[in-house]
Write a protein that binds this ligand. Structure first.
Ligand SMILES: NC(=O)c1ccc[n+]([C@@H]2O[C@H](COP(=O)([O-])OP(=O)(O)OC[C@H]3O[C@@H](n4cnc5c(N)ncnc54)[C@H](O)[C@@H]3O)[C@@H](O)[C@H]2O)c1
Ligand SMILES: Nc1ncnc2c1ncn2[C@@H]1O[C@H](COP(=O)(O)OP(=O)(O)OP(=O)(O)O)[C@@H](O)[C@H]1O
Length: 525
């Protein structure tokens, strides 16, 4: 405004001189005086004001510039971090796709199984729809890809077209007789030990199968008798990685924990698992053979859980069974096997300090769930959760469970999550004791990638555990990334997937058990 005033003033002065000329009244002294006056006016008070204003203005501009610079720096680092996470997601996706592609291209795809494989002449189980059985639909070298299995007997390789046709019942057919069985047992159980020895003998003598057991079990068997020297085992853990090439069928003797143990041994393709129930609950162990009897040994008396087992006269440590398990195994070895295809979660821990070494920590695969909790810390967990890069929520409470649908009846159930049929593909997002009234559990689709991050301003560390094992500390800045694993676990059904599931929630949890209301009472007219 001051500058404008100045210009107006000069214009007026100019006009005055012109009118004087027009009047023929030119006085050079007065002109000189006027100019001097103008100069004085311009230079003195106005210039001083402009300078003050300019100084103020430039200071303000400097402050704004500083703030903008800070904002830009913050934005750049946020963008860099976002780009880093995006890169990690893409890497992980690419890895999963590559693994899937490997399975498909190595002849493990639909219609490509020819029943031959490395290291074992036994044929692979063939996947088929119970309503439309198809011998050309095959899981290949023990590789049962979830996507393939979900196809409705369609051999079209266009995955997108056929993916929505979900099969109701899935069964496996042997192309030729299975040859090698891996038996996994719950440790420290007298009943399991007895049953294992009996089963090994029967499978070898009657079924002519090769038997593989864990090193511990082989020692136990050989301690009982040198007869068991034919039983195979492995020397070091590297051999476990190759087990899927050698083994046609896995038998578990124990509870759900033994099924989790068996699944954890196979990071990639999993042979069909036949879970015998020798635990107390057994949601994933539909083959039941136990009640309780007393076993007397020379030193003590054990009360053990056994159904249909009776002790032979004269030998306190020898037991014969009612051939119950033999019937089950006979039917399994004949096939087809009705199976529940249990999805698993692939988990990566990403350390803040190892941002550029994505491969540094080995991935962990879980059948039930991965739990992120506060461990021994007494502070609330503070977990930032993202689903495919979209912010989901911040979990403040005891922790969070990311569960498979198989795991929905385990820890997630105890934390208030829904029970979900194991054949439903999805990831359960269940908080543990959230300190909020409105935090309901979620079920997310199976294709998402979840990231749970411990924020930098978290008061404490968090702890991740995998199927209740392998606890890992997550420091502020660390994250856990989790997505559906490419290899599910096929577990044999006693009847079928739905019937077994319903039986386990009825028998195991007494789900919705209530006395039926009698007819005897008030009723609608
Ligand atoms: N508060 C809880 O309910 C709680 C706490 C910790 C762990 N767990 C569960 O225990 C599992 C580890 O099992 P474990 O046998 O090695 O440990 P464990 O010996 O401590 O047994 C845990 C119990 O969970 C049951 N269980 C396991 N998987 C199940 C499933 N899918 N459906 C229904 N019940 C199931 C088992 O039968 C067993 O009774 C974890 O994956 C977790 O789900 C539950
Ligand atoms: N082969 C194995 N080697 C080492 N540990 C095992 C093995 N099988 C099972 N376990 C572990 O032993 C524990 C108990 O196993 P499991 O749940 O099968 O029996 P359980 O506790 O008697 O069953 P339930 O919980 O139904 O009563 C679990 O923590 C499991 O991880």
């Amino acid at each position: 405004m001051d500058c404008m005033c100045c210009v107006e003033f000069l214009k007026e002065e100019g006009n005055a001189s012109v009118s004087q000329q027009e009047n023929g009244f030119v006085d050079s002294l007065s002109i000189l005086n006027s100019e001097k006056a103008v100069q004085e006016i311009i230079q003195q008070p106005l210039i001083q004001g402009i300078e003050d204003n300019l100084i103020e203005f430039s200071e303000a501009m400097r402050t704004v510039a500083k703030a903008l610079r800070r904002a830009a720096e913050g934005k750049a680092s946020a963008q860099a971090e976002a780009a880093e996470w995006k890169r990690k997601y893409e890497l992980e996706r690419a890895r999963n796709l590559q693994l899937e592609h490997k399975v498909l291209s190595s002849g493990e795809s639909i219609g490509e199984c020819n029943g031959e494989r490395t290291g074992n002449s036994a044929d692979e189980p063939v996947l088929s729809n119970q309503t439309h059985e198809q011998s050309d639909v095959c899981c290949g070298k023990n590789g049962i890809c979830s996507h393939e299995v979900l196809r409705d007997g369609d051999t079209d390789s266009n995955f997108d077209v056929v993916q929505n046709k979900v099969m109701r019942k899935i069964s496996l057919k042997w192309q030729t007789r299975p040859q090698t069985v891996l038996i996994l047992t719950k440790p420290n159980s007298a009943s399991v030990r007895v049953l294992c020895a009996e089963m090994v003998r029967w499978l070898k003598e009657k079924k002519k199968l090769n038997i593989v057991v864990e090193p511990r079990v082989r020692v136990e068997l050989l301690t009982d008798s040198s007869y068991y020297s034919f039983v195979q085992t492995w020397q070091d853990d590297k051999e476990i990685l190759l087990l899927h090439m050698k083994v046609d069928l896995v038998i578990t003797l124990g509870g759900d924990g033994t099924v989790l143990w068996a699944a954890s041994m196979f990071k990639g393709p999993v042979p069909p698992i036949v879970p015998f129930s020798l635990g107390s609950l057994g949601f994933m162990t539909p083959f039941r053979i136990l009640t309780s009897v007393t076993i007397e040994t020379p030193t003590c008396t054990h009360l053990v859980a056994f159904d249909n087992f009776s002790r032979s006269k004269g030998d306190p440590q020898h037991y014969s069974d009612s051939e119950h398990y033999r019937e089950y195994l006979d039917s399994i070895l004949r096939g087809p096997i009705s199976i529940t295809l249990r999805h698993r979660l692939l988990c990566h821990v990403i350390r803040e300090e190892a941002k550029n070494e994505y491969e540094a920590e080995e991935s962990i695969i879980v059948l039930n769930e991965v739990t992120i909790d506060r461990g021994i810390s007494s502070f609330l967990t503070n977990l930032e959760c993202y689903c495919d890069n979209s912010f989901v929520t911040c979990v403040q409470g005891d922790g969070l469970i990311l569960s498979t649908t198989s795991g929905s009846t385990a820890y997630s159930l105890a934390a208030g999550g829904s029970m979900v049929h194991p054949q439903v593909p999805g990831i359960l997002f269940t908080p543990i004791c959230p300190h909020s009234l409105s935090f309901r559990p979620l079920i997310l689709p199976e294709h998402v990638t979840l990231r749970v991050q411990v924020p930098f301003n978290s008061r404490s560390h968090a702890w991740a555990s995998f199927d209740g094992k392998d606890r890992k500390r997550l420091a502020p800045g660390d994250a856990l990334v989790c997505s559906m694993a490419p290899w599910p676990v096929p577990t044999a059904c006693q009847v079928n997937s739905t019937s077994d599931f319903l039986r386990s929630i009825h028998d195991g949890l007494h789900w919705n058990l209530r006395k039926i209301q009698s007819f005897d009472g008030p009723r609608d007219p």
